[in-house]
Design a binder for this molecule. Sequence first.
Ligand code: 2P0
Length: 323
Amino acid sequence: MKAIARAHTNVALIKYWGKRDETLMLPANSSLSLTVDQFYTTTALEWDESLQKDSFVLNGKEVEDAKVSRFLSIMRQQFQLTSFARISSENHVPTAAGLASSASAFAALALAGSAAAGRNDDRKYLSKLARLGSGSASRSLYGDLVIWEKGNRDDGEDSFGVPFTSELTKDLAIVVAVVSDEVKKVPSRLGMQSTVATSPFFPTWVQEAEKDLVAMKEAFAAADFITIGEITEHNAMKMHATTLGANPPFTYFQPKSLQVMDKVRELRLQGIAAYFTMDAGPNVKVLCERKNEKLVASELTKVVKDVFICHAGEEASVRIDEA
Ligand code: 2P0
């Protein structure tokens, strides 16, 4: 039985940065993200007893991927399967975007793997499963705003994504300014490890992120976009500050990233509420209200060539291919 799943990627407004358990992929802090409509992964998977090994085709090319192999073994164990999987996956991310994300990849893989095994797992289970592939994937099972509760248990049973509703969601836009489409120099997993192990700022980051999440929930409850934007920007910069304190120090900032940030500050001086955030790469994502998205996008194209306007995206979905 072949299952075809689709999951969208997400942009964190409160970042996940650092693990408290590397094997179970448990985060040091809770995070909050917006699932986005523009970028997603579709994955077709069937468990096939005739296969001698797993087969993974990504964007039409057979590839070996250690994270995917590890994740398939986890699914086999959890589903009590012995067969290998045939997988075909497509990343629907504009080639220039440089935003290929493990979040949409592992959310789609978990959902397709479960459905193809004839299971009807609930979202909470799937979120915990996807987390074992990549932490941020725990958030991509859901649409709109999602909180990944870090949990406190050692076995990870209380660490999963939970939908967070706000009337503001439909008014939000994230304008992605593509600074570079090159593969990142410090993969996020290594960047996090190094930060946790060596940055004296890391313990402070964890405390700040937890405080930011409390303040963010209040700001959403009050539908206070300016406070949401201010917390988003400050939280991202505190995360990036930890990397400068790591040893050896590193940064995801590129000169163009700083230019985009300057442009956003300039927009604010003109009265446009826009706020930047950055992940483990040089691209800058600008949070604004939908009513200002075209203006923000057009101003950003004065600094970078490629700009994408995103809105809240839908939850991950799956169908069975009867053919
Ligand atoms: C986030 N990032 O919250 C943060 C902000 C990057 C910076 O989630 O090791 O690819 O697979 O759990 O999920 C990227 O981390 O890392 C990420 P693993 P993942 O979006």
